[in-house]
Design a protein around this ligand. Structure first.
Ligand SMILES: *Cc1c(COP(=O)(O)O)cnc(C)c1O
Length: 222
C-alpha cells in the first residue's frame, strides 16, 4: 500500500474532527511529501536534530509537532517554528520553552505528558504532580506558553483491555483538569493519545489527536 492509500484507510475509520499527526521520524523528505500531497499538514518528529534538518526543505505550511522527549538545551533550536510540543514533562522544561518563546516573540502551545503506562521508561507527570504544577503560582507567570491539553502513551502490550483502561483513565483526568483549571480557557482542548497499534481504542476513549507513524509510512529503519 502507498502512503496515500494508508492515509485514506486511516481517515476512513476516524471521525473528521480527530486531528491526525503524521509521525515522520526516520523517514526521508520525499516520503513526507507523499503525505503532504495527500493533503496532510500536521507532521510529528521526536528528535531535534532530525527536525531541524528536514524543516527548511519542506513546505512552510506544515505544522510541526514535537512529540519526543525534549531536552532543555535543544528547545531554542525549534522554538521559532514548532507548532505544538506534545511531551512536556517537567516545570523546568516548560519554563525554558517559555523563556525561549519570549525571546522569539511567540506564544508556543504545549501539551503536558501524563504517565499512564506500566513501563517505568515512559515519561510524564503523575496525576498528583500535574495537579500540583497547575496549582502553583509559577505556572501563572508563564505568559509565552499556552497549555493546550494533555498527552499520554499507553503500555506497549497486546492486552487491549489494559490499553483501553489507561486511555480511559487519562480521559477522565483530562476532563477533571479541564473543569478545575481551564473551564474558562478554550485553548485547553486537545487530548493527544493513540499510535499505530492503539489509535482505534484511543479514539473510542476520547482522543482528539492521534500520532501515527508506522501505519502511514511503514516500518522505520533505525
Ligand atoms: C514514534 C512515535 C509515535 C508513532 O508511533 P507508530 O507506532 O509508528 O505509529 C507516536 N508517538 C510518539 C510519542 C512517538 O515517539
Amino acid at each position: 500500500m502507498s502512503v496515500l492509500q494508508n492515509i485514506q484507510e486511516i481517515r476512513k475509520h476516524i471521525p473528521t474532527e480527530i486531528k491526525l499527526v503524521c509521525v515522520s521520524k526516520f523517514h526521508p523528505e520525499a516520503t513526507i511529501m507523499e503525505a503532504y500531497n495527500a493533503g496532510e499538514r500536521n507532521f510529528g518528529e521526536s528528535r531535534v536534530q532530525e527536525l531541524i534538518s528536514k524543516q527548511p526543505n519542506l513546505p512552510d505550511d506544515i505544522q510541526w509537532h514535537f512529540i519526543g522527549h525534549l531536552q532543555r538545551n535543544k528547545i531554542k533550536n525549534i522554538i521559532s517554528f514548532v507548532s505544538l510540543i506534545h511531551g512536556v514533562d517537567s516545570l523546568r522544561v516548560l519554563k525554558e520553552i517559555n523563556r525561549q518563546a519570549e525571546m522569539a516573540g511567540r506564544t508556543v502551545s504545549c501539551l503536558l505528558q501524563v504517565h499512564i503506562a506500566e513501563e517505568e521508561s515512559k515519561f510524564g507527570f503523575t496525576e498528583s504532580e500535574l495537579i500540583d504544577l497547575l496549582s502553583s503560582d509559577e505556572i501563572a507567570e508563564l505568559k509565552n506558553t499556552s497549555i493546550s491539553g494533555l498527552m499520554g502513551m499507553a503500555t506497549y502490550t497486546n492486552d487491549t483491555e489494559q490499553v483501553r483502561n489507561e486511555f480511559r483513565t487519562l480521559k477522565k483526568f483530562f476532563d477533571r483538569v479541564k473543569t478545575d483549571f481551564f473551564a474558562e480557557n478554550d485553548s485547553f482542548r486537545e487530548l493527544s493519545m493513540g499510535m499505530s497499534q492503539d489509535y482505534h481504542i484511543a479514539v473510542e476513549e476520547g482522543s482528539t489527536m492521534i500520532r501515527i507513524g508506522t501505519s502511514i509510512f511503514g516500518e522505520r529503519e533505525y
